[in-house]
Design a protein around this ligand. Structure first.
Ligand code: C2O
Ligand code: CU
Ligand code: CU
Length: 544
């Protein structure tokens, strides 16, 4: 007989109940935590979203002023040369509310005429300084000898005349000119000194693109300004926020020196040549109705083919040409600047929280296009615009590194010293420059004397709208950008070219350096800069 051993019931159930209870409790606690976490996140992102709603700064702006189209400056043909006569003038301009503002201009009281020349032209500029302070005219984006560049070393004293001359080697592009006086570029550009320099070539002549200046090919020089009650400009270069100096930002937008502008254009394809000539503001251009437009050119020339876009960020110093189709339209169309959002969400959050948005979470009306009936035939946008010789990274003989320092006032730890040669480059060399932004804000990095190609942004190939010639490029915070370029054939062991941040206040505070282009056989001892003021020489202490 099998004995069945009576085994007492284990006390397990009791324990089980208790365990179940604590398990339930744990779940409840976890759920509670989760729930409050979700609530917290929702609340925070709700508040964040609220803060992040862009402010439409000039929503109620009454568009009432006809856009000033800066005149084309007719050159005088003297022998082989096209001679352009310019003078820097002090004046008064009525910009806002009928009140005169003290301004400065080239050949007028605000901004300057548009210079236009063809590739291969021999040009000469006769520039008189009628101001009571030194001035320069730098040919931004132009490929020319350093001594003709109009940088800080080609200062024109009051009453003096400067006559740079060169042969146009650039391809068709929208370039510009502006002063480059040590520590005062910001102030001089802000007060009105800037103008366009349009280059044409055989390719651009042959393309069927809108090209009637001021009619269907409209230049737009976009600048932000701040006005005092009495109509004078406010210029406060020292403004800063938690991330350092912001540069001069204003809430009033001028286009070609016109406030609240409109422009009548034929109801067809229109070309806009946009220059961001602001001291420090980035714009995120696009149309109010979010329609697609086509970018056809970068700083230094036409793109390979048109690139469809709805928004386009331009940093100070950058240019773009775009085509917008107004065929058959009758309603006005506003070009706006949308908010510029930080790509890095964490940084965006931090910037918002510490109130360091640099006025970028804002929307501005820029200009209203008013289409007028036209009998002109509709043309298709050419799909092939240019041929661009790619510079492969293997063609570079060296890579130089430039670190944009956190304090927004130096590069590689060096503050601009106009008697110090930061870099020595051999003429004709292809080099890669690596730009590393260690600061908390963006910097538009500009190099004189060359047009470069962007190789990559943080290891990623550039967007198709950046696959063209550039002389100024946006370097966002914490970004590393590689560019490649061939240095000019011109060499000059005594006159440097500049590279710098094109936020003019950063440039003026010292975020600029100098490079000299020399021949292969130049001895190190020959490399020095002639001092600007005294004519005495100083030697560089930086081995090439
Ligand atoms: Cu547009 Cu060195 O400048
Ligand atoms: Cu320049
Ligand atoms: Cu900067």
């Amino acid at each position: 007989m099998k004995t069945v051993k009576k085994v007492p019931l284990p006390k397990k159930p009791m324990i089980n109940i208790r365990q179940k209870a604590s398990f339930k409790k744990a779940i409840l606690i976890t759920l509670g935590f989760l729930a409050s976490f979700v609530v917290l996140i929702t609340v925070v992102s709700f508040i964040f979203a609220e803060i992040q709603v862009p402010r439409f700064v000039n929503r109620d702006l009454v568009i009432q002023n006809k856009l000033i189209v800066l005149p084309l400056l007719e050159p005088e043909v003297v022998g082989e040369e096209k001679v352009f006569v310019l003078s820097a003038e002090q004046g008064e301009t009525i910009l806002l509310d009928g009140k005169p503002t003290n301004t400065v201009g080239y050949n007028g009281s605000y901004l300057g005429p548009t210079l236009r020349a063809h590739k291969g032209d021999h040009v000469r500029i006769v520039l008189t300084n009628n101001l009571s302070k030194p001035v320069t005219a730098h040919w931004h984006g132009m490929h020319l000898p350093a001594i003709m560049d109009g940088g800080p070393h080609q200062e024109i004293a009051p009453g003096e005349v400067w006559e740079p001359h060169w042969t146009i080697e650039n391809e068709a592009a929208t370039l510009w000119y502006h002063p480059h006086v040590i520590e005062h570029s910001g102030e001089e550009v802000y007060s009105g000194l800037a103008g366009l320099f349009i280059v044409d070539d055989e390719n651009s002549d042959s393309l069927s693109l809108p090209k009637v200046y001021g009619v269907d090919d409209v230049p737009l020089i976009v600048q932000d300004r701040e006005f005092r009650e009495d109509g004078q400009f406010v210029f406060a270069p020292q403004r800063k926020d938690e991330l350092g100096h912001t540069g001069m930002l204003g809430d009033a937008i001028l286009v070609n020196g016109t406030y609240a502008p409109f422009v009548d254009v034929p109801a067809k394809q229109i070309r806009l040549r946009i220059l961001n000539a602001s001291n420090a503001r980035r714009y995120n251009f696009g149309f109010e109705d979010r329609r697609t437009f086509y970018q056809i050119a970068t700083d230094g020339g036409l793109l390979l083919s048109p690139v469809a876009r709805t928004r386009m960020i331009l940093a100070p110093g950058e240019r773009a040409e775009v085509i917008v189709d107004l065929t058959g339209e009758t309603e006005p169309l506003a070009l706006i600047s949308d908010a510029v959002h930080e790509e890095n969400e964490v940084l965006r959050f931090v910037r918002t929280m510490i109130n360091a948005e640099r006025d970028e979470n804002q929307i501005f009306k820029i200009i209203e296009l008013r289409p007028q009936p036209t009998a002109e035939v509709i043309e298709n946008l050419p799909q092939l615009l240019n041929s661009i010789e790619p510079l492969p990274s293997t063609s570079a003989v060296r890579t130089r590194r430039f670190i944009l320092d956190p304090r927004n006032r130096s590069i590689n730890g060096e503050v601009m010293d106009h008697q110090y040669v930061n870099e020595v480059v051999r003429s004709g060399d292809v080099e890669i420059w690596e730009i590393i932004n260690l600061s908390g804000t963006f910097h538009p990095f500009h190099i004189h004397g060359v047009q470069f190609q962007i190789l990559d942004r943080g290891g990623k190939p550039p967007a198709d709208y950046e696959l063209g010639w550039k002389d100024t490029m946006l370097v966002s915070n914490a970004e590393i950008v590689h560019v490649i370029m061939r240095f000019p054939e011109f060499s000059d062991p005594h006159t440097p070219y500049m590279y710098h941040c094109h936020i003019l206040e950063h440039e003026d505070m010292g975020m600029m350096g100098q490079f000299i282009v020399t021949e292969e056989n130049t001895f190190d001892e020959e490399i020095h800069i002639e001092a600007i003021d005294s004519g005495t020489e100083s030697y560089h202490n930086h081995a090439p």
